[in-house]
Ligand binder design. Structure first.
Ligand SMILES: Nc1ncnc2c1ncn2[C@@H]1O[C@H](COP(=O)(O)OP(=O)(O)OP(=O)(O)O)[C@@H](O)[C@H]1O
Length: 689
């Protein structure tokens, strides 16, 4: 056997190359460390000088020193980033090699890793987002090509290898053949979960790569089954866009709209892992809070599964459709007549006739009412000033504005919003918890009208927005979003995971809202074992759900006699988990209230955490939570608690069970206190409701 050859790494030259690259990385890392220390020293010296001679330095020199300090600070941040990247590369410098012979040229080997690494003028590692790296994801050995900035490069791919390097050690190396990609993917998918979502650059699949590297501008809608990698793809796409447009796009220009803080925390590592700055993570609540500050308060959304207030549910449903946005638009079409009284504006000896005011008001129709008044006031002020008779002082713009405001029959957005329901003939659909508070379903319709009446706060630098869990949001929320973020969007989710009975909008509605958008559907599921996916697909009747053939235990249903027996069973399953080598276990109850009760029943067992809408972070270990909170997350093992006939009976319950079951990567159990849910038996129709 050749020196250094091991069964897992049958190519000794790769071990030698790795050693060489590591030596270069070591050297570069030492230099980067020295640069960080030098800059740090310079910074401290500059600061010391400034504080020592503060009284003696003239203001001009002080200003120069402050500028210098800021510059050192900037270089320091850059040096630290560079050092961190090199340190990361040292752990796992690359994961693939492609040998490519461009037509008329020699074969060149390209090693692909998380970032590019150049040493002594030689490019030792290519960034996974570089054009040449596209060969790895898109092509097999044979004729191949890639799109470079200079145009298409044609040639032949002569070799393709994949590596797993961890802690600087090569664990395995494989030469490509048709099933190799699957083999590496299988190994990756079989690992235990991590506390945070991980990058998937070494195993991005072809259909995923097409989305990630898409150069087409415009909005994209991705409908993908549970575990198809939608969130991963969206984050990798952002990293790709930031790389491709690095001169014009920075982390401050992209944002992700996610359902809650726990999810935001869960995905927060992917971009930094890919060498990009963390990005802004927003929720619809955050946006509402910013827009409504000082205007009106609002209640958080209620859990529809924990209330039987039918009138409330009816109000929420009514406001959740595309038709509702149509009604708001129709109401706004006649806005002038609704808010402006048919009267002249008389200010002393100056008068503006009702007709003139109306026509001006309509001419400025694309602006909010309040802004239109301001513009008309400015116009009238100039007109009055030029028309004035000798001796008559023209009213100032503020006086004119006051006079015009007196002609408004509606004084604020709340009055307008109330008027909308009167116009509809359905005043009962607006129910304020108190005088200055909206219920959640009213927040976005209110903002839609607020935009027309006062205008929304703008100024967002966001140039690409990712919207995750698209099925959770209503058309009016999208309508407001489109006004606030007039940029390209990547909108992703799974309408098969709709779990709110009061959201009536559909995927077709969404496609209608974004009618020019590119639409992609993903059916292959990567998260769970074949057995879990088959079980979940049967449950939901999702025939398109295509598993990756990775096997594990069949899901088990445990029937217990009552609550205590169920808690004891869950306790035993937790015990089994603790000895299993798995890292995370999700115990998923139907509602947040059920989750809390179960947590108490389990006796606040050490190491068991309760995850609620108020929680801010995700961690490994045992988590007791609700279906709603578990969305988007994943666990090595899942126990769906309380999977009883009565608890899961309707079509919506089916969606809930589907979401809960598809959170499991490797093992799934369901426990119930009596008869298991009939939905678990294929072919059983759900109870109506
Ligand atoms: N190409 C891939 N290589 C390795 N792992 C992958 C790949 N694609 C997806 N995965 C893994 O599959 C799991 C599911 O991915 P992700 O959470 O992005 O899916 P999703 O479609 O957003 O899921 P859901 O809608 O169910 O929340 C993650 O563990 C992710 O790392």
């Amino acid at each position: 056997m050749c020196e250094g050859r091991s069964p897992a790494v049958p190519f000794p030259e790769e071990l030698h190359r790795l050693e060489e690259v590591e030596r270069s990385l070591e050297q570069a890392l030492d230099e980067a460390e020295a640069a960080v220390e030098r800059i740090d020293r310079e910074y401290r010296e500059e600061k010391r000088y400034m504080s020592q001679y503060r009284g003696e330095i003239d203001p001009h020199e002080m200003f120069q020193n402050e500028l210098a300090l800021r510059q050192i600070d900037g270089s320091g941040a850059f040096a630290v980033k560079e050092r961190n990247r090199l340190a990361r590369l040292k752990e796992a410098p690359y994961f693939a090699r492609v040998d490519f012979r461009a037509d008329g040229e020699e074969v060149a080997a390209h090693y692909i890793g998380p970032f590019a690494f150049r040493h002594e003028n030689e490019l030792l590692i290519c960034d996974w987002r570089s054009p040449v790296a596209g060969l790895f994801y898109d092509c097999e050995v044979g004729p191949a090509g890639y799109d470079a900035p200079v145009g298409r490069v044609e040639g032949a791919l002569t070799r393709k290898r994949q590596f797993k390097i961890r802690g600087g050690e090569m664990e395995y190396a494989l030469e490509t053949s048709d099933n190799i990609r699957d083999d590496v993917l299988q190994r990756e998918l079989s690992r235990t979960s991590d506390e945070k979502m991980k990058s998937i650059i070494a195993t991005i699949q072809r259909e995923q790569n097409r989305i990630i590297r898409s150069e087409r501008t415009g909005t994209m809608i991705i409908q993908g089954v549970a575990g198809s990698g939608k969130t991963s793809i969206a984050l990798h796409r952002l990293a790709f866009l930031l790389y491709r447009h690095k001169d014009t796009l920075s982390a401050g220009n992209v944002a992700i709209l996610s359902p809650n803080k726990v999810f935001g925390d869960y995905i927060s590592n992917v971009l930094p892992e890919l060498g990009e700055e963390p990005i802004c993570d927003l929720s619809f609540q955050d946006i509402a809070r910013i827009q409504l500050e000082g205007v009106i308060g609002f209640e958080p959304d209620r859990d529809p599964l924990e209330t039987d207030d039918r009138a409330w549910a009816e109000r929420a449903r009514f406001k959740s459709t595309l038709e509702f946005v149509g009604l708001l638009d129709r109401y706004l079409e006649g806005l002038t007549g609704r808010v402006l009284r048919d009267a002249d504006c008389v200010l002393g000896s100056f008068t503006a006739g009702a007709e003139l005011l109306k026509s001006r008001f309509e001419a400025y129709g694309k602006f909010p009412v309040k802004r239109r008044l301001q513009m008309i006031a400015d116009d009238l002020h100039s007109r009055f000033s030029s028309d004035r008779e000798l001796g008559d002082e023209a009213p100032g713009a503020r006086t004119v504005l006051k006079g015009l405001s007196g002609l408004l029959s509606v004084k604020n957005t709340l009055a307008l919003y109330r008027d909308f329901y009167r116009w509809l003939g359905r005043p009962e659909l607006l129910d304020l918890p108190d005088r200055k508070t909206l219920e959640w379903a009213d927040v976005y319709p209110f903002l839609y009208l607020h935009d027309a009446f006062e205008g929304l706060k703008s100024g967002s630098a966001v140039r690409h927005l990712v919207v995750d869990e698209m099925q959770d949001y209503t058309p009016v929320q999208y309508a407001v979003l489109n006004r606030l973020f007039r940029c390209d969007k990547t909108i992703l989710g799974d309408f098969g995971q709709s779990i709110n009975p009061n959201r009536l909008s559909t995927l077709e509605d969404l496609r209608q809202i974004y009618c020019g958008a590119r639409y992609i559907s993903l059916n292959k599921s990567y998260r769970s074992t074949y057995e879990i996916i088959r079980f979940s697909a049967r449950l939901q009747g999702v025939h398109a759900l295509e598993p990756v053939a990775r096997h594990g235990d069949e899901p088990q249903v445990f029937r217990c006699c009552g609550r205590r027996a169920e808690a004891a069973r869950i306790g035993a399953l937790i015990h089994r988990f603790e000895g299993s080598g798995y890292a995370s276990l999700g115990v998923i109850a139907k509602t947040n209230r059920d989750a809390r009760a179960l947590y108490e029943l389990l006796g606040r067992r050490p190491g068991v955490r309760l995850l609620t809408p108020e929680s801010g972070s995700f961690s490994n270990g045992v988590m007791v939570t609700s279906v709603q909170m578990s969305k988007g997350l994943e666990f090595d093992e899942v126990i769906v608690a309380g999977a009883d006939r009565a608890a899961y009976a309707t079509e919506y319950d089916r969606g809930l069970l589907y979401v809960a079951c598809t959170r499991a990567m490797h093992r799934l159990s369901l426990t119930c206190r009596g008869e298991p849910s009939a939905l678990l038996r294929p072919g059983v129709p759900p109870t109506a409701g």
